[in-house]
Design a protein around this ligand. Structure first.
Ligand code: PAF
Length: 318
């Protein structure tokens, strides 16, 4: 069984880590949240499954670079896109070997390229997952939705280890496939995040309202149409009904608070640069513009820069 390091023990990192460990794989979680890590170390990781069944999984967790007893076969990168470079510093050089494969299932575009710069493109896999999870408390994660995980190689050459990786996912009861057209799937997932995340974050609405409220739907549609144009200029093949697909995801996850909305509501940095910001930057490469995504990006950045301002103003002066 593969030895797995999970960089980023948020909800999704914990979900995969717990399932792999329960299937018998040695798993080490790396995260900077000392309280969460300590809870996992002392009480185990509690995973509440979709059917309400709870299991406590024993696995290793650390919040600083540590040498593992043998190198990892897989490093699963699950941190927020803006934290990729910094988070990789948690991986001790002696805990990786020439055969170690790095898999990013992060939101947004450009994560694989950052990994490639750090570890070499030949061993980087990038992918998308439709699994869902929420962190309920330190050391406790709820599995929120089941769906396929797809990944493929960044360089175009399949690294050794892909069949062991597929076996690992199967043993963990997680549907997964290796895809040669992974870039198309990354763009499709990006379109979903482009259409839902900033709109829900800025308006403070659940995902379902993006489809249900006329002005929110129009904003979503306009942002996705720009992303589709840019994706096609980049050579991606996207379905003609991409906008409808994004609205279907909004309906299927109607009561979800999108990840960006959760970030904004908790005064955390967002992934705006790796989502709507990417559309703006890649548009320029092709002499295109993406004004809707530019505006959404600026508005989210204003929110980030003014976190806590309301609270500050409410405080008595003098
Ligand atoms: O980032 C998110 O929140 C999710 O990718 C999605 C699909 C928009 C559902 O909330």
């Amino acid at each position: 069984m593969m030895r797995v390091m999970v960089v980023g023990a948020g909800a999704m990192g914990c979900l995969f880590g717990a399932r792999f460990a329960a299937a018998g794989a040695p798993v080490l979680l790396l995260d900077v949240d000392a309280v969460h890590v300590e809870a996992i170390r002392s009480r185990g990781l509690r995973l509440v499954e979709l059917n309400g069944e709870e299991k406590t999984v024993r696995l290793d967790a650390v919040c600083e670079p540590a040498v593992w007893d043998a190198p990892a076969d897989l490093v699963l990168v699950m941190v927020k896109s803006y934290a990729t470079k910094q988070a990789l510093r948690l991986v001790h050089p002696e805990s990786i070997a020439p055969h170690t494969v790095f898999l990013s299932l992060q939101n947004g575009m450009g994560n694989g390229e950052i990994l490639a710069e750090l570890v070499g493109a030949h061993r980087v896999l990038v992918g998308v997952t439709a699994q869902g999870a929420t962190k309920v408390a330190p050391g406790v994660v709820r599995h929120g939705g089941v769906g396929p995980t797809s990944f493929g190689s960044l360089s175009g050459n399949e690294p050794a280890g892909v069949s062991s990786l597929l076996q690992l996912f199967a043993a963990a009861g997680l549907e997964a496939s290796y895809r040669h057209d992974i870039r198309n799937l990354l763009w499709q997932k990006l379109c979903v995040n482009v259409g839902i995340n900033a709109v829900t974050a800025l308006c403070g609405i659940d995902n379902g309202r993006v489809a249900a409220l006329d002005p929110a739907r129009k904003l979503c549609e306009a942002a996705v149409m720009e992303a589709v144009t840019v994706a096609r200029a980049e050579g991606a093949v996207l379905p003609d009904d991409m906008v409808d697909r994004v609205l279907s995801v909004a309906q299927a996850t109607a009561s979800n608070r999108s990840s960006m909305r959760q970030d904004v509501e908790n005064f955390r940095p967002t992934e705006i640069d790796a989502i709507n910001g990417v559309v703006v930057r890649y548009a320029l490469r092709h002499g295109l513009t993406a004004p809707v995504n530019w505006t959404l990006t600026q508005l989210v950045k204003i929110r980030e820069l003014t976190y806590g301002d309301g609270k500050h103003k409410a405080e008595p002066s003098g």
